[in-house]
Design a protein around this ligand. Structure first.
Ligand SMILES: Cc1cn([C@H]2C[C@H](O)[C@@H](COP(=O)(O)OP(=O)(O)OP(=O)(O)O)O2)c(=O)[nH]c1=O
Length: 203
């Protein structure tokens, strides 16, 4: 029997979106929150931020699993929104969400998601990222206030969810949709394949 078939994915994430997305790969997976600190120094580039945080999340889980006898690949991920030189994470509160949406409305911005895969046995890792351009519609202050009131912006980078009501305020995207939702499945499947787990043939 092919040894690869016994490997599992351990998703280092509390994000329900990432959990749903990884389920579509039809490979056995477990969830293990990383509780990694998400602070980064001022001046880091967007790609450095998302790749470092993705790896930090995966390695935090690796440290918890040092005695786990099973094989597997730990997947960590991090998403930020970038407009001009501003890096937008998750909003602190509703006023912060409204502030972010005012910056994003009527123009294009970039969504960066970093992905890290760490082999549970060897600790070998791979880190990469994708960028998707999102054009948001022009929004009145009333529309922004109504969207914030829906509650959806909380816990979303940039204060919107393209997979939800936020779909109505997005004009279009260029690049991978799943990258915006928080896990670029096309990139992830290539990275898993490089680490010896082929999504199509091993599922
Ligand atoms: C832009 C955008 C972001 N998001 C979400 C994806 C991520 O969950 C979140 C960005 O926050 P992250 O800090 O990347 O992730 P998280 O704290 O939610 O989860 P964890 O670190 O445990 O993996 O924003 C959407 O769901 N839809 C969108 O359209």
């Amino acid at each position: 029997m092919n040894e690869k078939r016994n490997r599992r994915i351990i998703l280092a994430s509390t994000s329900p979106r990432r959990q749903e997305l990884i389920a579509s790969l039809r490979i056995p997976f477990e969830i293990m929150p990383s509780e990694a600190d998400e602070d980064t120094p001022q001046g880091w580039s967007p790609e450095r931020i998302v790749e470092s945080l993705a790896l930090r999340k995966a390695e935090a889980v690796l440290r918890k699993l040092t005695d786990d006898p099973e094989d597997g690949i730990i997947v960590g991920s991090d998403t930020i929104v970038v407009v001009d030189d501003h890096v937008l994470g998750k909003p602190a509160d509703q006023a912060d969400a409204a502030r972010m949406l005012s910056m994003l409305q009527g123009r294009a911005h970039f969504v960066y998601t970093g992905v890290a895969c760490v082999d549970l046995r060897s600790g070998r890792n791979q880190v990469s990222h994708r960028v998707t351009t999102v054009k948001m519609k022009s929004l009145s202050n009333d529309a922004i206030a109504a969207y914030v009131k829906s509650g959806e912006p909380a816990d979303k980078a940039g204060s919107y969810a393209i997979q939800g009501l936020g779909a109505t305020i997005v004009e279009g995207i260029e690049g991978d949709y799943f990258n915006v939702v928080g896990l670029p499945l096309s990139l992830l499947s290539d990275m898993l394949s490089d680490m010896g787990m082929d999504v199509l043939t091993d599922s």
